[in-house]
Design a binder for this molecule. Sequence first.
Ligand code: FAD
Length: 549
Amino acid sequence: MRAALEAKRRHADVALISKVHPVRSHSVAAQGGINAPLGQSDTWESHAYDTVKGSDYLGDQDAIEALSREAAQAVVDLENMGVAFYRGPDGRLAPRNFGGASTARTYFVGAITGHAILHVMYEQLLRAGVKIYEEWFVTSLVNEGGFTAGLVAQELLTGRFHPIQAKAIILCTGGCGRVYEPSTNALICTGDGMSLAWRAGAPLMDMEMVQYHPTTLPSNGALMTEGARGDGAYLRNALGDRFMSKYAPNKLELASRDVVSRAEQVEIDEGRGVDDGLGAKSCVYLDCTHLPREFILERLGEIYEIARQFANVDITTQPVPVRPGMHYMMGGIKTNVDGRTRVPGLYAAGECACVSVHGGNRLGANSLLDTVIFGRRAGAHAAEFARQVEFRPLSEGAVLDSERRAQEVLGRPANGDSIAKVRMELGQTMHQYAGVWRDGKGLNTALSRIYSLKERYQRAPVQDKGKVFNTNLVFHWELGYMLDNAEAILVSAIHRTESRGAHYRTDCPERDDQSWLKHIVLDYRPGAAPGIQYAPVTITRWKPEKRVY
Ligand SMILES: Cc1cc2nc3c(=O)[nH]c(=O)nc-3n(C[C@H](O)[C@H](O)[C@H](O)COP(=O)(O)OP(=O)(O)OC[C@H]3O[C@@H](n4cnc5c(N)ncnc54)[C@H](O)[C@@H]3O)c2cc1C
């Protein structure tokens, strides 16, 4: 939405396509806040350094500089548009603490920051008159002579496929959280844009970097915001110890997410876990009970509700069992700081893109920031690009191709595995072998399973044969995208024989800057294993150091 708004402001003729109503996008679930060095003693350099360190030195420092330099203005712009950020008793914007940050710089709206931002962005789109195709599902991107020509989308209300000609396309399709099961992500986070771009010739980068968030509920994977720890909550093991003092003596609960998730998993694996309510000791406690009840209700109201509904815990009086869970995709479609991919006219921004500002590990509250900063930049650049080029012809064949694929799928005999079964096996495989701990053997096992799931997917029937809102057919398209994402994650994770950020290999537990201070870049090759290349890490002023919190 930020990209569309910027392009519109620059007088481009813009349409926004979304498979759900725009305010149901996963950004609506963002809880804790958005980072900006707005405080009087804060600086963009400090924000940038924290981000570089958080990334375990894999983030590109030119991109991180752009992120941090523009952050303060971006948050002020959001406020001016109408996002009612929290203000302290003196009436000034007041941030909360967040993990990996050397000072408080996370601006927030209770525990519904994403909700607040998304609704304001949507109002801005309406105001600017951006044409919105809601509940339209993109099934393919079309190139002509190596340039972007447009795309094909299915209108879910009627089932019809439409060609949409475009000089430039900006993919802002979000993450691929549901490639893992469970995940904090919405069911619609299926990595569609990453797969679409990959197949259209734009490489993927840093795909092995998958973030596990330290505090998710065991029953359904729902998130308990890092804002809780930012506002003072503790993590405790079964003995009642605040165990983070062992792993991150300075930052404790507010070390970066990869560090906290691993610490929890060690506690759990060594037998100091607490009951998850499902018959195992696979959790630790998130303890808010020492915080005043009114304070919790005002600032963390949403997670108070989530814990009551999904864990039957009142966090104002009891600690809540939590564990690490899949949360965020650092990798994605390789872009430069203007959102450009390798394909002329194809742009990407937000979680589906990899600029790379997050490198091996994203800091909390840097992702909403990433979407608005690089969304704005991509919108500006794409509008300029569109002014300079002509429309490419969009052949009829592209639509026929999607229609034929749909017919083939709808005509399948009902005896294969269901889409839901293949999807669940995919998610469980990824969680088991490509989660907090990884090793070469497990990753290879997972990859061969993914290849056999890809075969089963080719035979999986779709029960609903209708045209109107055929969500079964949507699940079919999405599963294809998810399997591509899973393959890319595993191929990269097998390839990176070191541990860095969220990628921790028990068979090679050290960071190895000599061999691996570089990005892994994957090309799609039809019918063959992905092509592997490297891209250098851009280092401007912060030399790699040992990372301690
Ligand atoms: C529970 C939760 C809490 C979070 N909290 C925070 C936080 O406090 N701070 C922070 O910085 N980050 C947070 N994050 C991360 C952050 O919210 C996301 O990374 C970010 O919002 C992603 O935004 P996006 O615009 O890239 O994608 P999304 O908001 O996921 O939007 C993707 C859009 O693409 C559309 N789309 C996708 N595929 C298709 C297709 N095939 N056809 C048509 N349309 C398609 C969707 O309809 C949707 O509109 C949180 C994430 C989660 C899951």
